[in-house]
Ligand binder design. Structure first.
Ligand SMILES: O=C(O)COP(=O)(O)O
Ligand SMILES: [Mg+2]
Length: 229
């Protein structure tokens, strides 16, 4: 971790890592589960390309955007809420059934995690993905045991970009914001880290709602996590 150490002027005690788009390329499985759920309800499919731009704000918000795309709707309709709940439930069931058919770990991630362990750094995964599929996905790709803590989008009252999930991790480890580092791929990660007072590194290969991550002003941008080793 010489590169990280020389940039920060020391090693962090804790690294908080985003999941979707940072550790794991999960969009194909999310799109697959969404399309199976849409088909269950006799609704038309969406493309993986679209899903890549929609992932990042949790399952409820994702389903809301998908629904608005496949059945555009404006105004107040109580049936709309029912449809949203049905699609969300179908999506969660379908995703839980096949959380890792096509998902892969990004290059540099395993090497970075191994180097962090070797340096005695504690790791937490802080994701807006609901807790259960997050843990299932990490387990399927043999990454779960690498994390001392996993915080999902439904673990606490607030999700990223709120600082609460990050501050929750710091309390868990008895660490200060100044002794931690956040690594993420989206504006949610950068904003949450800044609100928590944690230095943030961003990667450009993930999902950021179609916006270049450099526009979100992370403290540092790396092409791959191996650059920090
Ligand atoms: O599934 C999501 O909504 C995003 O998850 P992430 O916070 O791990 O990028
Ligand atoms: Mg992400």
């Amino acid at each position: 971790m010489k590169a990280l150490e020389s940039w920060l002027g020391g090693l962090p005690a804790v690294i908080l890592m985003d999941l979707d788009g940072t550790l794991i390329d999960s969009a194909a499985d999310i799109a697959l589960a969404l399309n199976r759920a849409l088909d269950d309800l006799a609704l038309p499919p969406v493309s993986e390309r679209q899903v890549r731009d929609w992932v990042g704000r949790g399952a409820g918000r994702l389903v809301e955007v998908v629904l608005q795309h496949v059945v555009p709707h404006h105004g107040d309709d109580p049936q709309r809420h029912v449809l949203h709940e049905q699609l969300l439930a179908r999506f969660m069931a379908r995703y839980q059934d096949s959380v890792c058919e096509a998902s892969t770990v990004y290059p540099g991630v395993r090497e970075f995690i191994d180097a962090a362990h070797a340096a005695g750094i504690r790791l937490a995964c802080v994701t807006n993905k609901p807790y259960q599929p997050a843990v299932a996905l990490l387990r399927a790709l043999d990454l779960l045991d690498d994390f001392d803590l996993v915080v999902g989008g439904d673990t606490l009252a607030h999700k990223k970009p709120h600082p609460e999930p990050l501050l929750h991790c710091l309390r868990h480890f008895g660490a200060t914001p100044g002794s931690a580092l956040m690594v993420g791929d989206s504006r949610n990660d950068v904003d949450a880290a800044k609100a928590a007072g944690v230095v943030v590194v961003a990667v450009p290969y993930g999902y950021n709602h179609g916006e270049p991550i450099s526009d979100c002003s992370p403290d540092r941008l790396v092409a791959s996590l191996s650059e920090l080793i």
